[in-house]
Design a binder for this molecule. Structure first.
Ligand SMILES: [Cu+2]
Length: 739
């Protein structure tokens, strides 16, 4: 890893040198009356009614509450958040989560490299770096979908700024810090930008850490942290701490007339991140990303091209709150991802736009567990050796603006996905019953697969007048299994338990024969508002999805799995992935209304949100796993000059429709009150908030099973039946400066 430290040093030195040189020069010319900042060439195709966004203001009010960028999405209609580590939650849309939805950060499909999906795409961007968020929850255009059966999430950092004609230089910076009482979380971020008419250089850095957080009340007996940790009181949620989570990004952007070229080199290091719903913790994550992008405006439209390279080194072991068994349990992963894209948006006529694109992604994964002695040695256990997932996509999308009222969009997309994995070995193949037989069975299988997937989208939008819009459509979307669904091979309980990205505490065994999931969705959205969108607005989306070959799970009844495993209706169990059919349907409602506007007391706006989703396995009659119960949010936002204050209540119904095959636990309903206030000056912003005002105890409906302390390496060596609790009261402050 020497070269990575070298890279980090080079980035820092080059950045400082460039910034110093430019700012030294800027010093002479800085007496500018006003610096005009022009827009960027970055074009958006985010005009779909099924898309919801978060702008600067929304983001600014949410950032102080979290260091996990996925939590920025929590008030977007249709979005659910699957719990994981403190900075690594997994987003879901309409009941489909994790890699069933497409998540891009600055145009890159960041890939996890972990049997627990700990290093998810959004864990690689700090909330302070997020400049915009767009969520496609309804019918996703093929130009932003692909290899996913749910919606798409596009997260972007702020676009590069350039100075306008006649101006000289722009040098600016920002710095921020926060403290959150629950867990004693704190961190910092800073960034500096130097920009001229045609060049922009930016450096940014952020870091955060937190101790274990505290729930509203005790939910288990207090116990000593067995991995060298301190006493874990009954109300403390074990393995929720994280530290040394540092992101650095260096970017250069060049602009010439309508052309923009951007290169970002970023690095993330995480020293430790606990996972309360996994049997392991992340003890190190090192990720390096090169992201090169070009966008150009031409007479015929615009052209976008991207190339990226991601290198990840990930390590897991037992953290301080868990039993280390005296030996620990190291698990290592490394992965490389190369991604490229070329897309043209061609203006055929005043009416028609054609979007044509091609993408290629090459992903390589190694997952091995070093020996620790006894039956877990003398060799390394190879969970996935030389795993590959390569993808070649092409799409065509035709958008027609027939008149001021009608818009249609038709798209077709082909994704060809190839996956494979090399032969494996256990810790000691001589121990046939434990490792050798399973390895031999896997190695005898034909493991290479090529899936030819097709996506289709057809949607129409009708805008009868300035106060209402309707959109309806159909989408067929496909997704090939990920490597951890096809290739984990061991039926040994300990090994299977380590393969789990559901967070349910169960063990998972791969299925080489899995077919791609194919979803057929119909969705309709209506939006109503007053003429100027100032008084009120209401948006409603209804959807139905039938998923053919939905990847669910069945009880393991072969290899080392016991017959009791097949019938157990409580406790943790061992499962194998299997194709079944499923349906999901639901409704999102969101709206806002200006309640009062006075000169002296400012304005009061009410906002509301309601989400309902139901997921059923049509093959078994079971419920789908991790489906968010009915939930809503009501808030009143008060604006007075530079003050913004929000009082909100979040209401969540009990989760009673649970996945029986996984022994998923029910959770009870709850309500949470939050208060947030901010004051903004020209060069500073201060935020103050109290989350979970009444210190309400509650279980996270999508938080999974609590396995964050004790002997987590054996199936039922830790108690079953405890959902991961949500955070108790937290008093938060954040300060941001711009200069
Ligand atoms: Cu991991």
């Amino acid at each position: 890893m020497g070269w990575k430290i070298g890279l980090h040093t080079i980035i820092t030195v080059v950045t400082l040198a460039v910034l110093l040189t430019i700012s030294a020069y800027a010093e002479e010319v800085q007496k500018l009356p006003e610096i005009t900042v022009s827009g960027t060439a970055e074009e958006s195709t985010d005009s779909s009614l099924g898309a919801s966004g978060l702008d600067k203001k929304d983001l600014a009010s949410k950032r102080p509450t979290t260091s996990d960028s996925t939590h920025l999405l929590q008030d977007i209609p249709g979005v659910g958040i699957q719990g994981a580590g403190g900075i690594s939650s997994l987003p879901g849309i309409h009941g489909l989560a994790d890699d069933r939805i497409r998540v891009q950060v600055d145009g890159v499909d960041l890939m996890p490299a972990c049997p627990n999906h700990m290093n998810s795409a959004l864990s690689y961007i700090d909330p302070t770096k997020v400049g915009s968020v767009t969520v496609f929850a309804g019918i996703t255009p093929v130009s932003v979908g692909g290899d996913s059966i749910g919606g798409s999430i596009l997260v972007k950092s702020a676009p590069p700024e350039f100075v306008g004609d006649g101006e000289k230089f722009l040098v600016k910076g920002e710095a921020g810090t926060f403290f959150r009482g629950n867990g004693n979380a704190y961190g910092y971020n800073f960034g500096a930008t130097a920009a001229g008419h045609w060049a922009n250089v930016t450096y940014s850095e952020s870091s955060s850490q937190s101790g274990d957080y505290t729930a509203g009340s005790a939910f288990k007996p207090s116990a000593q942290g067995q991995g060298g940790g301190s006493l874990i009181p009954g109300n403390v949620v074990g393995s929720t701490a994280y530290n040394g989570a540092t992101n650095r990004d260096f970017g250069i952007a060049l602009r010439h007339e309508g052309h923009l070229l951007q290169l970002n080199v970023s690095e993330q290091e995480v020293g430790f991140e606990g996972f309360p719903n996994q049997r392991m913790d992340m003890t190190s994550n090192q990720n390096v990303l090169f992201n090169l992008r070009y966008t150009g405006q031409y007479q015929w439209g615009d052209l976008e091209a991207r190339a990226s390279y991601q290198d990840t080194r990930h390590e897991m072991n037992m953290g301080p709150d868990r039993d280390t068994y005296g030996t620990g349990m190291p698990m290592d992963t490394k992965a490389k991802t190369i991604g490229t894209l070329v897309q043209g948006n061609i203006i055929l006529s005043e009416r028609d736009i054609l979007r044509v694109g091609g993408e290629y992604q090459n992903y390589t994964l190694y997952d091995w567990w070093p020996p620790v002695g006894g039956s877990m040695g003398p060799n390394a256990f190879w969970n996935i050796d030389y795993g590959r997932r390569d993808k070649l996509d092409a799409f065509v999308e035709w958008e027609a603006h027939w008149d001021s009222k009608w818009l249609t969009q038709l798209g077709v997309r082909s994704d060809t996905v190839f996956t494979d994995a090399a032969p494996v070995e256990g810790y000691d193949n001589g121990l046939a019953g434990l490792w050798g037989n399973d390895a031999a069975a896997f190695n005898a299988l034909f493991r290479g697969h090529t899936d030819y997937n097709w996506d289709l989208t057809a949607l129409a939008r009708y805008t009868p007048d300035a106060t209402q819009t309707y959109e309806a459509g159909y989408a067929r979307k496909s997704r090939s299994p990920n490597l951890y669904q096809r290739y984990p091979w061991s039926t040994n309980a300990m090994a299977a338990l380590m393969n789990n990205f559901a967070g349910d505490g169960n063990g998972y065994i791969g299925n080489v024969d899995l077919k791609p999931e194919v979803a057929n969705t119909v969705s309709a959205t209506g939006e109503w508002h007053d003429n100027d969108k100032e008084q009120w607005s209401l948006k409603a989306t209804g959807y139905y999805t039938y998923v053919q070959d939905y990847i669910d799970a069945q009880r393991c009844d072969f290899g080392q799995c016991s017959s009791a495993n097949v019938t157990a209706s409580t406790g943790f169990v061992l499962l194998q992935y299997v194709n079944q059919s499923a349906q999901l349907y639901g409704l999102d409602l969101s709206g806002q209304m200006l309640l009062a506007k006075t000169g002296d007391y400012g304005s009061f706006t009410g906002t509301g949100l309601l989400n309902y989703v139901r997921g059923e396995n049509l093959t078994t009659g079971d419920n789908l796993y991790n489906i968010m119960p009915l939930n809503g949010k009501l808030a009143v936002v008060h604006h007075l000059g530079a003050w913004t204050t929000t009082a909100e209540v979040k209401l969540v119904a009990a989760k009673t429709e649970v996945s029986h095959v996984r022994n998923e636990m029910e959770t009870t309903g709850y309500e949470l009150f939050n208060l947030r206030s901010s004051y903004e000056w020209k060069y500073a912003r201060i935020d103050f908030g109290i989350e979970n005002l009444f210190n309400r105890f509650y279980s996270l409906p999508l938080g999974g099973a609590y396995v964050g302390q004790g002997s987590s390496m054996t199936t039922n060596g830790i108690p079953w039946g405890i959902p991961v609790p949500g955070m108790g009261r937290s008093i938060n402050v954040a300060l941001n400066l711009r200069f």
